[in-house]
Design a protein around this ligand. Structure first.
Ligand code: URA
Ligand code: ZN
Length: 370
């Protein structure tokens, strides 16, 4: 890729950090999400964030995942970028963000964490930018105030959000002032899953399969459902310029968009309640409001994303520091190489498009050259 992109940087737009303030918060807690060591392994801290990870029947040695400095030391991020030929990264707080905080703590925590991450970026000017975190449990006026404040932080380029919104999902009318403020300031939402699906869908033997079912299927379906609910509630009919960057190539949205359209068209309830008049179609939203990351690990999924939104709306990502190689001493991460390979195969004869997916689109869309 070095020669291919000699005049175009490689940009990673899906890459996470837990800055010092957030680590402090995680270490101070004893319910999910938290970081702690267990008596049987006092020297290795574990990060426990997912709803089902805290099951006491899971031995503490395999609960959650090991957490080391790659989660919070910004030097490690830069070393990872150098190792994988990534010129610029747009870092974001990892899940579950501030979703769990009481209302009266959320605003201050968001300000501290956003300042923390902005400071991390300022240590490597031109290499790091970030998606900010919102105090979603606070009052809407506090949320919009933080969006406004983020526009004054030099390295902020949008916000990362989960699917819970103010507690009732992203199809909640009470989010309108937040969507309006984001739209007004041209700040995109990086929409990222965390909650997955109810664990009952994974069946009684789920614990025998590690994290595979919730991560491979729960995450993408959660994203797909959240975006479809936004569409059905008319978010993009009211906010025609609101942009979202969907994690994991849109979950399953590109693959299921036709089925979603067909189900809308054939729904008697929507028709009798006049909800299908003048609505924007999912295909239109996919090509006008949606950006998709290229974190899907295969040219099959990437092909669907490409068909749905176009090569000028696809953006390379890694999901670092998640999905590290399990073998010791592997320098190049399989997860990263899989995403590079999928882009190389998909755009085998189209260098210009490959460069745009690898970085050009991110520079243009997120204004990384200013
Ligand atoms: N697991 C998580 O909890 N978050 C990610 O972003 C990726 C994997
Ligand atoms: Zn992620």
């Amino acid at each position: 890729y070095a020669s291919l992109t000699s005049n175009m940087p490689i940009v990673d737009i899906h890459t996470h950090v837990y800055p010092p303030k957030y680590m402090e918060l995680l270490r101070s807690r004893s319910t999910v999400p938290y970081v702690r060591t267990f008596p049987d392994a006092p020297n290795s801290a574990r990060l426990i964030i997912l709803p089902d990870e805290d099951d006491p029947s899971t031995p503490s040695i395999s609960r959650g995942r090991p957490i080391g400095s790659e989660y919070y030391d910004i030097k490690e991020k830069i070393a990872f970028m150098d190792q994988h030929k990534i010129d610029k990264s747009v870092i974001s707080l990892a899940n579950p963000w501030l979703d769990f905080l009481p209302a009266d703590e959320a605003s201050e925590a968001a300000q501290q964490i956003n300042n923390d991450i902005n400071n991390q970026c300022s240590q490597y000017p031109g290499r790091l930018y970030f998606f900010g975190t919102l105090p979603l449990s606070a009052a809407p006026s506090a949320i919009t105030a933080e969006i406004e404040r983020l526009t004054t932080l030099p390295y902020a380029r949008g916000v990362i959000m989960g699917t819970s919104g103010l507690g009732q999902g992203l199809d909640d009318k009470n989010l309108d002032p937040i969507y309006a403020t984001l739209e007004k300031h041209h700040q995109l939402i990086f929409l990222h899953p965390h909650y997955g699906l109810p664990s009952s869908v994974y069946g009684p033997r789920a614990s025998e399969y590690g994290h595979v079912l919730p991560l491979a299927l729960g995450f993408p379906l959660e994203t797909t459902i959240a975006v479809t609910r936004m569409l059905l509630s008319g978010v993009w009919d009211r906010f025609t310029k609101l942009n979202v960057l969907l994690a994991h190539s849109g979950g399953t949205l590109p693959f299921l968009a036709g089925r979603i359209e067909s189900c809308i068209l054939h729904d008697g309830y929507l028709k009798t309640h006049d909800k299908t008049q003048n609505r924007r179609h999912v295909w239109d939203v996919l090509k006008s409001n949606v950006f998709l990351d290229a974190v899907v690990y295969s040219e099959v999924g990437l092909g669907a994303a490409l068909e749905a939104s176009g090569s000028d709306r696809l953006l390379f990502g890694t999901d670092h520091p998640f999905f590290p190689p399990l073998e010791q001493d592997t320098k190049v991460w399989h997860s990263v190489q899989a995403n590079y390979d999928a882009i190389a195969k998909t755009f085998e004869t189209e260098d210009e498009k490959a460069k745009n997916v690898l970085g050009g689109n991110a520079v243009r869309i997120l204004r990384l050259d200013s």
